[in-house]
Design a protein around this ligand. Structure first.
Ligand code: SF4
Length: 649
């Protein structure tokens, strides 16, 4: 039987296990990436593990999430990150050089390689045939030290693309269509592998828009085969020698198949406040729009911004709408500026922001209360824009720009009819992408050879081995789809404490209950209770580390998001699945006791645990964990576990 592309890459990197769906496998990692909000902890953990040199083929540290300098904290972090990259042997992309996924795609991503990144949109270069996976930072630290990355072998789902996109429909509409059909939970435990005649009609930037937002489906990764379009992209970025042809065998068998006829797609839009609230743009036409942002790691490349520039040529942004372009990389900004397109857009009324994550995580360009903001980003979770009563819609650059011109949501086809002289901009790539390398410090050119820690850089807290008895209060009961943004908000005023865990922990779950952190500390620990898909969203390990710091011992949830569940193991918090009826019966404030000898049960492979509630009734909770995850959990988390292994060897 032939292999899928996913199986081929995994097979090439397999160090443990077999490629059977659901089985745990260990794979070798070729490249790692980390960004500034997760990177400080990654390097502190790398140091705490006693490691002194990066062992992967390549490691890259980006500074993209927090680049505004309100005081010393972000600068301290960036200086620490530069010193860590220099000391341990990683590339360092300077603040303002661009968003990790865009800069990595332009400079390092390579077909057939594995990439592990401490950012949930790490799968972006899947559009170039790279198998890229997002994980918690501790997994990245261990992989950088030469350790394998462990994962349950996902289902491989074939997405067969037929036909060709019609005018005004874009790659963004392909992934919005996937979200419309499958929902934000539709990709959990899956890798989406795109094939079919429609693939060759899409350029690499279009493919990476699709693979970037595979994360919103909950997918482990998404991947395209390579072809002439991949070779062409690599030539333009000056890395043609890294091209390899790679794709599935003709007789490859998939776990499932989906077909999308590109020719039937039309402009789509995700309504507030979930990326899967997708409807045709024509269903929501006519709403006033106060803000439009084109950019981010999803649609912030040259090929994404140029259509907006072409649509705006000779036109103006409506007076009641503010339009911002947030490039994904400085390289994109520079080429647009050299070609005169930035001047065209400025003349039309556009403001430019630095090439950072910025508005995507509520840092700058916060929309006005209860106003409509159209963004080309990948997420529109409530409050992520920096204000609770936001109304953020997700769409393509074409739909966003049409709204900026008209001042209201409008299908660009209808606007084109109305204006009479607006052509569909299509997609173009620049001849050569050059420029951003000057903002990347290579390991050989490192300017630091020792770690520099300012006062905002603390130590990594450690947990003791799991106890035999675990009991405590159900400190918080939450609904379905609690995101890592709910657990640790990613706004500027909070994220600046990312390397200062005691301070950051004060904000834990504050968006759900602003008394939570105090109550958890007073109670000296306890449990969290949640519905389905607990911990969806980013790879932010602070969302497990801060609850651990506050003493949380376990989470009882109907289901868990993949990366967050791995992070709970990594920080010694027991993730127990419960059924819907038991979830309904538990109230916040109930006394919870795990009846079994927890440490012994976890180590021995016990799957079902008896949980006593209020000394009154009992439920059965399930621990779904591999042998390796059980050892990690029992040792108090991955850091003490890895140290124990290293010291024992
Ligand atoms: Fe940055 Fe937003 Fe992309 Fe995350 S999703 S990397 S915050 S632009």
């Amino acid at each position: 039987m032939g292999q899928t592309l996913t199986e081929k890459i995994l097979d090439d990197h397999l160090v443990e296990g077999e490629l059977e769906t659901g089985e745990e496998i260990g794979i070798e990692i070729d490249q790692v990436l980390t960004q500034d909000t997760t990177g400080t902890l990654v390097w502190l953990q790398f140091e705490a593990l006693g490691l002194d040199e990066v062992q992967t083929e390549l490691a890259a540290q980006y500074c993209d999430h927090q680049t505004y300098q309100f005081d010393f904290k972000n600068t301290d972090d960036h200086r620490f990150l530069r010193s860590a990259a220099g000391t341990f042997g990683a590339y360092f992309s300077r603040p303002g050089n661009g968003i990790c996924h865009n800069v990595h795609k332009e400079n390092f991503a390579a077909p057939g390689k594995t990439l592990l990144g401490s950012d949930s949109h790490t799968p972006t270069p899947g559009g170039m045939g790279q198998l890229a996976i997002g994980s918690g930072g501790l997994d990245v630290a261990v992989a950088m030290g030469g350790g394998a990355y462990y994962i349950e072998m996902p289902e491989v789902v074939n997405v067969r693309l037929e036909g060709e996109l019609p005018e005004w429909a874009t790659a963004k509409d392909v992934i919005l269509e996937m979200l419309r059909r499958l929902s934000v939970k539709g990709g959990v435990g899956k890798i989406f592998e795109y094939t079919g005649p429609g693939v060759e009609t899409l350029t690499v930037p279009e493919r990476t828009t699709i693979t970037n937002m595979g994360t919103e489906l909950g997918a482990t990764s998404s991947v395209f085969p390579t072809d002439e379009k991949t070779r062409d992209f690599l030539e333009r970025v000056g890395r043609e020698d890294e091209y390899v042809e790679i794709g599935p065998d003709e007789d490859a068998e998939y776990d499932d198949q989906i077909t999308i006829d590109l020719s039937e797609l039309e402009p789509l839009i995700a309504e507030p406040s979930m990326p899967d609230n997708v409807v045709p743009v024509r269903e929501v036409e006519g709403q006033d729009v106060e803000q439009v942002i084109v950019g981010s790691c999803t649609n912030g490349g040259y090929a994404d911004i140029l259509p907006a520039a072409k649509m705006l040529e000779g036109r103006e942004v409506d007076m009641k709408t503010e339009m911002i372009v947030a490039p994904g990389s400085k390289q994109a900004s520079e080429i647009l500026a050299r070609q005169g397109w930035s001047a065209e857009m400025m003349a039309a009324g556009v403001n430019f922001s630095e090439a950072t994550c910025g508005a995507c995580i509520g840092i700058g360009h916060v929309p006005a209360s209860d106003s409509v903001s159209l963004r080309t980003f990948n997420r529109n979770f409530e409050g992520r824009s920096g204000i609770e009563d936001d109304n953020v819609y997700l769409c393509s650059p074409e739909v966003a720009t049409a709204a900026a011109i008209k001042g209201e949501i409008v299908d660009p086809r209808d606007l084109a009819d109305e204006l009479g002289d607006m052509e569909a901009p299509g997609l173009e790539l620049p001849d050569k992408f050059d420029g951003s390398k000057t903002d990347i410090i290579e390991p050989e050119e490192a300017v630091d050879d020792d770690l520099v820690k300012g006062p905002n850089i603390g130590d990594v807290p450690l947990k003791d081995e799991l106890d035999a008895d675990i009991e405590g209060e159900a400190l918080l009961k939450m609904d379905d789809n609690i995101t890592t943004d709910h657990i640790i908000p990613a706004t500027q005023d909070i994220l600046m404490y990312r390397s200062n865990i005691p301070k950051l922990s004060e904000f834990t779950l504050s968006r759900v209950d602003d008394t939570f952190a105090d109550r958890a500390l007073d109670a000296d620990g306890g449990f969290l209770v949640a519905g389905e898909n607990y911990g969806q969203g980013s790879s932010r390990e602070h969302a497990a580390l801060c609850p651990m710091y506050l003493g949380i011992e376990g989470v009882l949830a109907q289901s868990f998001a993949r990366i967050h569940k791995a992070n709970l193991f990594n920080f010694g918090i027991i993730p127990l699945s419960i059924d819907a009826d038991d979830y309904e019966q538990i109230d916040q404030g109930d006394d919870i006791e795990i009846v079994d000898d927890v440490a012994e049960a976890v180590r021995s492979g016990q799957e079902e645990f008896t949980v006593r509630v209020n000394d009154d009734w009992e439920l059965t909770a399930t621990l779904d964990a591999s042998e390796r995850e059980r050892e990690i959990l029992a040792d108090g988390g991955k850091l003490p576990h890895t140290k124990k292994q290293t010291e024992g060897s």
